[in-house]
Design a protein around this ligand. Structure first.
Ligand SMILES: [Zn+2]
Length: 647
């Protein structure tokens, strides 16, 4: 297996996966410069990561680093937090490594070294490492709910990222020892372990370890974990364990474990090219997109419920078209898992529809989890909220929190923002692919080894104008593939100020193939009209309602923006409403709001009634200001809705 060293950076490039059409760029070759994602990356490195580290030292928080120090014999105490605390700590470390790949901050390097040393000391001699087992009398491999493979999977991934961005072996050696241990336990496929594991980050982690080391056993083991799913009697849809993955026809069960399984299977496909795996992933993806995904890209409609096959499920995909708003679960980790899965499908196929879903999650149901100040988080991401009167289910909260009884989501947000610069561009033998828009500079090598340097300038997602300037390229024909989002009907492309003569079809990559020169500019104009969207009529909870979108951003109405006494559920949107965008730099970290005149119903008090005659209703005008959905719940506890009745 090849391990490609990037000559200019010394950072190991992710080894080529034979069945990926697109490869990612070296992490050190791209950086956000100005605009939306530059600001979010900056927030991540300056606020989110240090603030989260402090939260992970607080004993009431359920992800705490102290467990490693205790397991290493460096401190006294008992295990604290959840069974999955270790995994959440590794996700934070992974986020740090991604940030380090951009800023090369020596202090971050030192922090990682220190923690990795402790983690190494906590590892058992045979390679096993999971502090909730080592520090208790639970015993190894006694229950899938103990999350051993979840923790270990995140260790493997974090270690491989650390190795890739630092070239150090310290963490990777721990990962190899763990991978070798797992191989001895699971490669023989013991019957009593047929249903392991619960949350399969281990599959992604093992493929990462294979890519970092070239040791084929890790890939084989990843394949075994895919094959084990649904292979024994007694499995449940809750855990995608009722039917073998290759025979599955729909997305079922816990939405985090589901999306992580699909990610892992996509990783295995990228290495093995097994057609049946790709076929089932496409089948399940179509089911998600046509039946089970929210307009925000959120997945996991149910707190509790039943699968189509009748298994009890929780934190799970709903039945077809079952997409409730106020009780939507939409765990942040599941939404991120959806984006991660689509990123993998994009790399395999080069199809823009996957990048569209990825972007939808990033701007909407991923960012909705973190407060504008970068310190507080949501676990669930509902689409309607009834303020302090909202009935709280499961992991719902009235406002974003600093510490929590299940801390899996915050470090997932951190690592997602921190690694986004790796998702913005891809490379293939055809040239360079532009997946995400935002001010940045890229300095990389094309597939033939020739240098490419470009910059991108834009105020996207608030404006639709994107300018790419080629800074350096060798005089040879290369393709520049620009993603035209599915909503962008009427997009236009100019080269050096003149119409490019290239079809910019919505929902595709527009391929511009030519011999480029340094200084060439590409302008992409995406139409940014406000759009009113409706749901399939079988989505009962969105019936006769509209959601409002501009560019990739879903908007919502918050009661803080309404006159006193009017609830968000009483506001109706006229079909011909005029909504005017206005950028407000001082609001919610800088957002474009939409302003216009809607209607609200008044009269006919409810007086405890459940139903009433409509005769007494009066319809009156009301000025509304819509904000991006991701920015809700940053101005105190308020009511919020994404879907609004049409009038
Ligand atoms: Zn989570």
């Amino acid at each position: 297996m090849e391990q490609n060293e990037s000559a200019d950076s010394g950072v190991m490039k992710s080894a080529y996966s034979p069945y990926n059409k697109l490869e990612k760029v070296d992490p050190s070759s791209m950086r956000w410069t100005t605009g939306f994602w530059a600001e979010k990356f900056d927030l991540c490195q300056k606020i989110i990561i240090p603030s989260m580290r402090r939260a992970m030292d607080i004993p009431e928080n359920t992800a705490v680093f102290k467990n490693f120090y205790i397991a290493a014999g460096l401190e006294d105490g008992n295990h604290m937090g959840t069974d999955w605390s270790d995994g959440d700590c590794y996700k934070w470390l992974e986020a740090v490594a991604h940030v380090y790949s951009v800023n090369s901050d020596k202090e971050l390097d030192r922090i990682m070294d220190e923690l990795i040393e402790v983690i190494g000391k906590a590892q058992d001699a045979d390679g096993y490492l999971s502090t909730q087992i080592q520090l208790t009398n639970k015993g190894r491999w006694q229950s899938i709910r103990h999350h051993e493979l979840y923790n270990m999977g995140h260790l493997l991934t974090a270690a491989c990222v650390h190795h890739r961005v630092t070239s150090k072996d310290s963490f990777l050696n721990i990962a190899k020892k763990l991978g070798d241990y797992l191989y001895t336990v699971f490669q023989p496929r013991p019957v009593q372990l047929a249903h392991y594991g619960f949350n399969p980050s281990n599959i992604m982690g093992l493929v990462d370890l294979y890519r970092a080391t070239g040791d084929r056993r890790y890939l084989d083991l990843a394949g075994i974990f895919v094959d084990m799913r649904g292979s024994g009697a007694g499995g449940s849809d809750q855990n995608q364990d009722h039917v073998p993955l290759r025979r599955e026809t729909e997305a079922v069960g816990h939405a985090v474990t589901a999306t992580y399984l699909y990610c892992g299977a996509a990783d295995v496909y990228a290495e093995t090219g097994e057609k049946r795996l790709l076929e089932v992933l496409e089948r399940i993806w179509n089911d998600v997109i046509t039946h089970r995904m929210y307009i925000t890209g959120g997945v996991g409609a149910l707190h509790q419920g039943t699968s189509e096959r009748g298994d009890p499920v929780h934190e799970a995909f709903g039945l077809k078209y079952q997409l409730p708003n106020a009780t939507a679960y939409n765990e942040t980790c599941a939404n991120i898992g959806n984006a991660m899965w689509n990123w993998r499908m994009l790399k395999i196929t080069g199809e823009a529809k996957y990048a569209d879903v990825m972007e939808k999650v990033l701007y909407n149901s991923m960012l909705s989890a973190v407060s504008i100040d970068g310190k507080h988080f949501f676990y669930t991401n509902p689409l309607r909220w009834y303020g302090s009167a909202h009935h709280l289910l499961g992991a719902d909260a009235l406002s974003r929190w600093y510490t929590f009884m299940c801390y899996c989501c915050p470090p997932n947000v951190a690592r997602s923002i921190a690694r986004l610069h790796e998702w913005a561009y891809s490379l293939s033998t055809e040239g360079v692919w532009v997946n995400l828009y935002g001010g940045n500079s890229l300095e990389t090598k094309l597939a033939d080894g020739s240098p490419l340097k470009l910059t991108q300038e834009t105020h996207y997602p608030w404006h639709g104008q994107i300018t790419i300037t080629i800074q350096e390229i060798t005089n040879k024909a290369y393709g520049v593939m620009l993603r035209i989002p599915a909503w962008a009907d009427g997009a236009e492309i100019k080269i050096n100020g003149e119409a490019a003569g290239v079809k910019a079809e919505a929902g595709t990559y527009a391929a511009i193939e030519r011999e480029w020169s340094s200084g060439d500019t590409i302008e992409l104009m995406l139409p940014m009209e406000v759009r009113l969207l409706k749901a399939h009529p079988k989505v009962e909870e969105a019936r006769s309602q509209v959601a409002i979108m501009r560019g990739p951003v879903i908007y919502c109405l918050e009661s803080v923006d309404l006159p006193d006494g009017i609830g968000v559920a009483e506001v109706h949107i006229p079909r011909n409403i005029g909504l005017t965008p206005r950028y407000d730099q001082n609001l919610l970290g800088g957002v474009t709001v939409l302003e216009g005149e809607a209607r609200h119903t008044r009269g006919g008090e409810w007086d405890g009634k459940l139903y009433r005659n409509i005769d007494n209703d009066s319809i009156e005008p009301v000025r509304i200001t819509l904000i991006p959905y991701y920015a809700w719940a940053n101005r105190g506890i308020s009511e919020m809705t994404v879907w609004m009745p049409l009038c």
